[in-house]
Design a protein around this ligand. Structure first.
Ligand code: ZN
Length: 175
């Protein structure tokens, strides 16, 4: 099975097991105070899956994607609450969101997206530094049970996904 095949009639739903989640579940996280500040500061102990950055924010592939193309956008400032985000920052995040949704829709014929924040202890979020998720949705996905049983299958290796989305992102800039 060729997991790189993503032709128009055959959306990218070929699967690999997300085995790296096991390390995360065991607590093998990088020894930094904040992973997202580590990304912002280009700390070598943190996997850097950034696609692009502006003066205020960064858009990155999620290291543990729920779906192919699962992205996160976060302010560079270490903010723990959406009430601390400035209007400039939220507008910047929104612009990055629009660009990401547009380019994934065009490139992958994505049929839906979930966009939002996990806020507070019981929301399911695991990184306190606030970040907005963009989760592309595809027809015939497996259900949430698979996600929570840690058997969720994910199309691309996140690093491979980063390469592909960076390519899309940069070619959109040239339009
Ligand atoms: Zn932080």
């Amino acid at each position: 099975m060729d997991e790189n095949n993503s032709s128009e009639n055959n959306p990218p739903r070929k699967n690999l097991f997300s085995i790296n989640k096991i390390h995360y579940a065991r607590g093998d996280r990088p020894a930094v105070d904040c992973i997202l500040c580590g990304v912002t500061g280009k700390d070598s102990r943190v996997d850097n899956l950034s696609i692009a950055e502006t003066e205020l924010s960064i858009i990155s592939v999620n290291l543990y994607p729920y779906n192919p193309g699962h992205l996160i956008i976060f302010p560079k400032r270490h903010l723990l609450s959406i009430t601390e985000v400035t209007e400039e920052e939220i507008l910047d995040i929104h612009k990055l969101t629009v660009k990401a949704v547009n380019l994934l829709s065009a490139a992958w014929k994505t049929t839906g997206f979930n966009v939002g924040y996990n806020i507070g202890k019981n929301s399911g979020g695991s990184i306190p530094h606030i970040h907005q998720h963009i989760v592309p949705r595809f027809p015939n996905e497996v259900g949430f049970l698979d996600v929570f049983c840690n058997t969720r299958i994910v199309i691309y290796d996140p690093f491979q996904m980063k390469e592909e989305i960076v390519r899309l992102w940069n070619s959109a800039d040239e339009d």
